[in-house]
Design a protein around this ligand. Structure first.
Ligand code: SAM
Ligand code: SF4
Ligand code: F3S
Length: 453
């Protein structure tokens, strides 16, 4: 009988994709996925180390899951992902129920290692891309496809380059194989993933090459990518977005701060002026493009003027949405050694302020969509109201709407009747053979294909 594995995922979309990879790999080695930790032989948490809070959640969850091991001592509990790589053997002291710790470059060996004793495998491998391992997908209509792993940017606050290792790209042909396989499984949308996905490179092929090649794949109606780094956003990539109708008008472009002084200390490699010029070029080339971002408040040395500059940037750009974070010192990252100059209550105040500001902007943008039509890729039933459907529009904005006949994978034109900061509500338009309005100037959007699970 096959052994059952239960996996929980924390962190970013890269981790979601890694869980699908782990799932596919383990299933081909005699395991079966279960959604119930109570019946699992192996319990695996695929973790994130980007902020302290993310790690605390995992430690809390591990002590709750330890009860399954007390009931059935043969159960094996493990930690995979970025927190595994960050803490290594120290994790065993903090979570005594653990049997194994496996880093992001050691997944290939996991089935074999699970056959033996307790283990820690956190070797980084600068060539590992898992290009040959087919994932077991969790989402029916959208395929998350990692096209690069690791990061070489070394922003001063960030742990990712240390836990994910050096940047490496999946060969172009292997990516296209994954795209074709996803289309054959019924996926209508692909999202290319990488920490700096627009730094993708295979010989002379770039992300622009990949977008153009993917738009030739039959069955794929929508193409997205995340996260883009402002310093790697080339004109050729913008041109490819503009010329391929399947590439959605949506870019997640983390800016972090609106102050040059802070950006320099963060070692981000661009200035506010350069960022604004990029936003301008994107908006001119791609009508109706949705822009989202990441902002961090309370970075060491950030004073009131720097913070005001960040608020000013939000007002100037008017992002459709943003992920907003308080700075969290990460051991190993360069800024860990710098004294924290912003008190916790002040960080919390700045965070509340940017959240309030961004909610206001997102709500205003969404309100302006009421009365317009937008194309929705149906994902399934809405959580509520009962009987409604939910999906995303080209700008990756959640749309819930009334329509009795839609099925996952359908593209349906929806007229927006109401809007909040996070959701559009609407009614399906009568079918005309093909779904109606797509991205374009008619529909401006929210929520990025990025973020956390
Ligand atoms: N690679 C992406 C980029 O450079 O834009 C970001 C990836 S990172 C995993 C996601 C976001 O987490 C970052 O954009 C940043 O805002 C936030 N982040 C990273 N390190 C952080 C830290 N030490 N404290 C708080 N937020 C952090
Ligand atoms: Fe972290 Fe910077 Fe790399 Fe993004 S680009 S993953 S913030 S080091
Ligand atoms: Fe977290 Fe690792 Fe992603 S640190 S944000 S899960 S790359």
């Amino acid at each position: 009988m096959s052994r059952r594995v239960y996996i929980e995922t924390y962190g970013c979309q890269m981790n979601l994709a890694d869980t699908e990879l782990l799932s596919g790999h383990l299933c081909r080695h005699g395991y079966q996925r279960t959604g119930d930790p109570g019946e699992a032989d192996v319990i695996l948490l695929n973790t994130c180390a980007v902020r302290e809070h993310a790690e605390e959640r995992v430690l809390g969850r591990l002590s709750a899951l330890a009860r399954f091991k007390r009931r059935r001592p043969e159960v094996r509990i493990g930690v995979a992902g970025c927190m595994a790589q960050h803490h290594r053997e120290r994790l065993l002291e903090r979570a005594p129920c653990l049997d194994f710790v496996v880093g992001p470059d050691a997944y290939r060996r996991l089935p074999e290692l699970l056959g033996g004793d307790a283990f820690i495998d956190v070797r980084l491998d600068r060539r590992e891309t898992y290009a040959d391992i087919p994932p077991e997908r969790e989402s029916g209509v959208r395929a998350w496809i990692p096209v690069m792993r690791g990061c070489d940017k070394f922003c001063s606050f960030c742990i990712v380059p240390y836990v994910r290792g050096r940047e490496r790209s999946v060969p172009l042909q292997a990516v296209l194989e994954h795209v074709r396989a996803a289309a054959a499984e019924g996926c209508r949308e692909v999202v290319f993933l990488g920490q700096t996905v627009n730094a993708y490179r295979d010989g002379t092929a770039t992300l622009a090459t990949l977008l153009r090649a993917t738009s030739q794949v039959e069955g794929i109606a929508r193409i997205r990518f995340t996260s883009s780094h402002p310093a790697d956003m080339t004109q050729d990539l913008i041109d490819a977005m503009a010329e391929c109708p399947q590439v959605c008008p949506q870019v997640h472009l983390p800016v972090q701060s609106g102050s040059d002084r802070v950006l320099e200390r963060m070692q981000r490699g661009y200035t506010v002026a350069r960022y604004l010029e990029l936003v301008d070029r994107l908006r001119r080339a791609i009508p109706g493009v949705a822009l989202s971002t990441d902002i961090m408040v309370g970075f060491p040395g950030e004073d009131e003027r720097d913070f005001s500059a960040t608020c000013e940037l939000l007002r100037t750009v008017r992002f459709d949405s943003a992920f907003l974070f308080q700075y969290s010192p990460r051991e190993g990252a360069r800024s860990f050694r710098w004294p924290e100059t912003v008190l916790p209550e002040e960080k919390a105040r700045r965070l509340r302020e940017v959240i309030r500001l961004q909610e206001e902007i997102s709500a205003e943008i969404n309100q302006s969509l009421v009365g317009q039509a937008t194309e929705v890729l149906v994902e399934g039933p809405a959580r509520r109201p009962e009987g409604w459907l939910a999906g995303k529009n080209p700008q990756y904005k959640t749309v819930v709407f009334r329509y009795p006949r839609g099925a996952p994978g359908d593209l349906i034109s929806v007229r927006v009747t109401e809007a909040t900061a996070h959701t559009l509500v609407g009614v399906a338009e009568p079918a005309t053979g093909r779904a109606g309005a797509t991205g374009g100037a008619a529909s401006r959007p929210v929520a990025p294909a990025g973020g956390f699970v």
